[in-house]
Design a protein around this ligand. Structure first.
Ligand SMILES: [Zn+2]
Length: 86
């Protein structure tokens, strides 16, 4: 299965968080790597959408859409920091 980057889920993340999230920084709970979400690896057909760490391939986030509502599991993220608006 081919991986996309975090820009592939920009719209879905915007719907959930109400703001642009591809520039937010996620910290991998598995290896501690910090990366902006745009640089994560995204698998759209996993069941649900799976976002993996580009360094260690651990699952950072899972997005599942059910009944028109997108649920996000962010257990794989140690931290999620929004970009500063300047
Ligand atoms: Zn990692």
């Amino acid at each position: 299965m081919e991986a996309l980057d975090g820009n592939a889920i920009a719209g879905a993340l915007y719907d959930v968080f109400g703001t642009e999230m591809t520039t937010a920084t996620g910290v991998c709970a598995s290896c501690g790597a910090r990366s902006v979400l745009a640089e994560t690896r995204v698998y759209l057909r996993a069941p649900g959408t799976v976002v993996r760490c580009a360094s260690c391939s651990a699952v950072l986030m899972v997005l599942v859409e059910a009944y028109g509502v997108t649920c996000v599991d962010v257990r794989g993220l140690e931290a999620l920091e929004r970009a500063q608006n300047d």
